[in-house]
Design a protein around this ligand. Structure first.
Ligand code: SF4
Ligand code: SF4
Ligand code: FES
Length: 284
């Protein structure tokens, strides 16, 4: 007979879930305690589904269902990222039985702190995607006609690129990075949508781009077609909020759920930007 794990032997009847809620952007956050029935093999998404279905706190108060974001439910889209028991991670892959090992009394759910809260556990990650635009994190195609077979990629480059290609834009590395600080802007009275977006973009463009974007720049600079934009990406990394803003605290690499070697990418970017700057100086 297989011995049961202690956490399973001591299965509780109910789970206490403490949720940090916020009714909308810029609103005051508050805590709410929910109690749901324990079921086997639950993850935090199924916990949130039970909470939304009962929409009643532990003291019987009827409340609006807690809002959260998710997509793939298999740790691929990155949308469900939140702070669970004090650690940033994906709620779809956070298993309740494992969480009990960290805190047997309750599960604590909070939105990420580095992005503006839209509602409850949902945050606005658009700055993360804007950072990918800053470094042109894509393979450029100038047409849709058949361009023929692409250049062969050596095994060495495949092995170097593959781990970086697994980034799911989840934001964990940004939540952990001390150099990536929250920017939350509100639309001013009389400001058009376009003017507000332009002001946001200008602010984002000055701030630290983040380890995910630096790593994607290194991925595409090492791709046979992607490297056509290598100089532009290095220029973006030399500019304000680029590579020099990284303090090398290495928190990012410690929390990345895909174990992407972010500090290796940052070191590569440091060398590449230095060589690029020297080359520019000689080309003057
Ligand atoms: S190494 Fe750089 S990017 Fe990573 S956590 Fe530290 S400061 Fe942030
Ligand atoms: S580098 Fe890792 S932690 Fe950062 S966004 Fe990509 S997958 Fe998430
Ligand atoms: S729902 Fe896609 S990563 Fe969790």
């Amino acid at each position: 007979m297989i011995a049961l794990e202690p956490s399973i032997k001591n299965r509780p009847e109910f789970i206490n879930v403490r949720v940090r809620r916020q009714d909308g952007p810029g609103q005051k956050p508050y805590w709410e305690l929910h109690k749901i029935k324990y079921e086997r093999e639950m993850n935090v998404i199924s916990v949130l589904q039970r909470i939304a279905a009962q929409a009643t706190t532990v003291d019987g108060k009827k409340v609006t269902p807690v809002a959260w974001d998710c997509g793939c439910l298999e740790e691929v889209c990155g949308a469900c990222t939140m702070v669970i028991n004090g650690r940033v991670r994906q709620s779809c892959s956070a298993l309740v039985d494992r969480l009990f090992e960290e805190n047997a009394d309750e599960i604590v759910l909070e939105p990420m702190t580095k992005f503006p809260v839209l509602r409850d556990l949902m945050v606005d990650r658009s700055r993360l995607f804007k950072a990918l635009e800053r470094v042109e994190g894509w393979v450029p195609v100038d047409s849709y006609y058949n361009l023929g077979p692409g250049e062969r990629i050596s095994r060495e480059d495949q092995e170097r690129n593959y781990p970086l290609s697994q980034c799911m834009s989840c934001g964990c590395c940004l939540e952990a990075c001390p150099q990536f600080t929250k920017i939350e802007l509100t639309r001013q009275e009389g400001e058009t949508e376009e003017a507000f977006e332009a002001r946001k973009k200008a602010e984002y463009d000055e701030a630290f781009v983040g380890p995910h974007a630096i790593s994607q720049a290194m991925l595409f600079n090492n791709h046979p077609t992607g490297k056509a934009l290598a100089a532009e990406r290095l220029e973006a990394l030399i500019g304000p909020g680029g590579i020099s803003a990284c303090g090398n605290a290495q928190n990012c690499v410690a929390v990345c759920p895909k174990e992407i070697p972010l500090t290796t990418s940052i070191a590569r970017a440091g060398r590449a930007t230095t060589l690029h700057a020297i080359k520019k100086w000689f080309d003057r």
